[in-house]
Design a protein around this ligand. Structure first.
Ligand code: NAD
Length: 361
């Protein structure tokens, strides 16, 4: 079966990373029909927008996209393409597996966990009132009329909406993911002891949903305790499900546990489409230098293979990446013992080494 996939090279180092990933994915033997579409700063002038309609239409049609990183230009009035894509396509779940691969420099070993972050609500919903504004004064006046605790007149306000519907959707996603991938535990991460009507609601939905998955152990952790647990014994954690803000912060922490941005893959998934992309940004200072590490992007491709039902190819791809990293010969500068190591290879040559493993047997 041939899979139709929208391929968005992105900008900065995006095109070289996506090219390496495309070649590696094709070397698994899975057949792809790529629909190459543009987004990012490089098309902004020509198209008048960093996210052309054709690009969105293509993803709606193929339902799967592999995307290179995209720069968010500062001060141009354009909102982030990454945020716009999530919003336009209803990509409510952010999936970020973090796994130790021997050979990647890290303080930890044996980490194998998956962060499932809610993408649409919480303090990231974008409902804010600026300190000193008329709207802030009205909101403060209304809230001060509702309870004895008073908010000072100069406060800025950010609103944290958490609904049972969005909570159930992401929590079911986490349990379904755990079931489909043979994982044994899902931890619900909140501060439910303090924010009873938002985090408390999220936790109460978690308890209800967990009952439908008796084979999976439900854990409940407070986000502060989780931070300590993750740095002391990260190997104990399995799937974590979190509201938006905690998910954003904890997924950077977990990426740090396994060696950082160069090796952290990701996906944003909704009912109509899924977009696979590295956690890192466009690293524009390395643009066109054939230098940066494509592992995060390639492992995002592995997540895409799983999503497409190509389990065997996904496992072979992961084994090939792990073998090249473990050997430590044909790897990019950031995977060498020192960053100045003259034996480091470029993005394309690292991909070649993975392709050689994939096609050897
Ligand atoms: P960045 O992730 O692009 O780079 C930070 C540093 O991390 C780089 O200078 C580099 O040293 C290192 N790094 C990143 N990726 C690497 C790789 N694959 N191999 C080796 N080293 C790597 O973060 P930034 O500089 O904050 O962001 C640059 C641009 O990317 C910004 O405009 C930002 O908004 C955007 N961004 C896009 C996405 C996305 O497309 N999903 C995500 C994050 C940031």
């Amino acid at each position: 079966m041939t899979h139709r996939v929208t391929l968005i090279p992105g900008d900065g180092t995006g095109p070289e990373l996506t090219e390496a990933t495309r070649r590696v994915l094709e070397a698994t033997g899975v057949a792809f029909e790529w629909e190459v579409q543009q987004a990012g700063v490089d098309v902004m002038e020509e198209a008048g927008t960093p996210l052309p309609d054709e690009t969105l239409a293509s993803i709606r049609d193929t339902r799967v996209a592999l995307k290179g990183p995209i720069t968010t230009p500062i001060g141009t009035g354009f909102r982030s393409v990454n945020v716009a894509l999530r919003h336009e396509l209803g990509l409510y779940a952010c999936l970020r597996p973090c796994k130790s691969y021997p050979g990647v420099r890290s303080r930890y070993e044996g980490v194998d966990l998956v962060v499932v972050r809610e993408n649409t609500e919480d303090l990231y919903a974008g409902i804010e009132y600026e300190s000193g504004s008329e709207d802030a004064a009205r909101v403060i006046g209304m809230l001060n009329g509702l309870q004895p605790k008073q908010i000072g007149p100069t406060a800025g306000i950010s609103v944290k909406p958490i609904s049972p519907e969005a909570s159930e959707r992401i929590i079911r996603f986490a349990f379904d993911y755990a079931r489909a991938h043979g994982r044994s535990r899902v931890s619900c991460i909140t501060k439910a002891n303090i924010m009873k009507f938002t985090d408390g609601l999220f936790l109460s939905v978690f308890r209800d949903v967990a009952a439908d998955y008796p084979e999976i152990e439900p854990w409940e952790n407070l986000v502060d305790a989780l931070c300590m647990g993750l740095v002391q014994r990260p190997e104990e954690f399995d799937v974590l499900v979190l509201p938006n803000l905690y998910g954003d912060i904890i997924s950077d922490l977990t990426a740090g546990l396994v060696g950082g941005l160069g090796v952290a893959p990701g996906a944003n998934i909704g009912p109509e489409a899924a977009v696979f992309e590295a956690t890192h940004g466009s690293a524009p200072k390395y643009k066109g230098m054939n230098r940066v590490n494509p592992t995060a992007m390639i492992l995002s491709g592995k997540l895409m293979l799983e999503h497409l039902g190509e389990q065997d190819a996904a496992s072979r791809l992961e084994a090939a990446v792990a073998a090249v990293i473990a050997e430590g010969t044909d790897v990019t500068y950031d995977l060498k013992p020192t960053r100045e190591d003259p034996t480091a290879v470029g993005t394309a040559e690292y991909a070649d080494a993975i392709i050689a493993k994939l096609t050897a047997g």
